[in-house]
Ligand binder design. Sequence first.
Ligand SMILES: O=C(O)CCC(=O)C(=O)O
Ligand SMILES: [Fe+2]
Length: 319
Amino acid sequence: MVTSSVDRPQSILDKLSSQKCWVKFADYFGRSFACMTQNPGLFFMRKLSRLEVMRDIFYYFQAFLGSKSEAIQAQTSSIFQNVDVDKIVQSIRDDGYFPGIELPSDVVQEVLEYAHATPCFGDRKPEHQFLISEKETVEAELGKPFLCCSYVAEDCPAIVQLINDPVIQAIAAKFLGAPPKCIGKDLLWSYPTSTTWTQQLHMAQVFHYDLDDYRSIKFFFYLTDVDESSGAHVCIRGSHRNKKLIHQFMGQRCASIPDEKIVAAYGAENVVAVCGNAGFGLVEDPNCFHKGNPPATQERFLLQFQYAIHDYGDIRAFS
Ligand SMILES: O=C(O)CCC(=O)C(=O)O
Ligand SMILES: [Fe+2]
């Protein structure tokens, strides 16, 4: 994979001296204003939840009001066997993530069959809709490769069942300290193609953290075998806590900081590339710095879904 860094601003001075910078500021304030007037709950959550102290205050306030989270227990049977919910939640609290929840192979197979039988969207664009088997033909017609192909996945029974699985729900409820609301899902092929830094930014392939609520939790399942060079998810252990103050104030704009600087701030020894075969799952506090490695040798197929305490509607709308 060849990565160009030409479009990445090198320093604050570079940024300030460029005209593009002011256009970006205007754009940022425009989006913030639109968010504040159209979705004030999302706006204030984004502003406040970036501060660890506010997240904690909110969590304890909610616990004080008495949540029913512990009451959510298995009413239907789970597809997961021998899963220690407490251990997983403790690992997420301590490290920011837990690797190693395993999707049964028949579920992996079902999702793969769905993916081969259902139209996907090239580069997430509605105008590029095709079966995955037609991808190369469409690319040849367009004269360019797709970086990713995604599905709506509302109508995949295996995914719907997974999202409602009692073990998954119990992990989410325990971590959130509240009844979990599923606020999003994504089923995505990512391909080894030459990308610019901006494309990597849009594909969540640079270090960032997500502010989806005062507390939220994300599940990732590999549907192809993944190693460091085929799109491993990478997290920085412990970075969900004690973030540098500047990184808290920057919130999601931390994604514009070069990866090397994020690694230097939290320690190379804490960078963990999570590898695993198809079916391997990872649970994460998305407040932990993380990214998907851009695939270099082979495509990656990933299912991710997340839960939060509140559902603010389309959380990507004003990003
Ligand atoms: O692709 C990955 O492994 C990470 C995706 C991610 O962080 C995101 O969608 O916010
Ligand atoms: Fe993310």
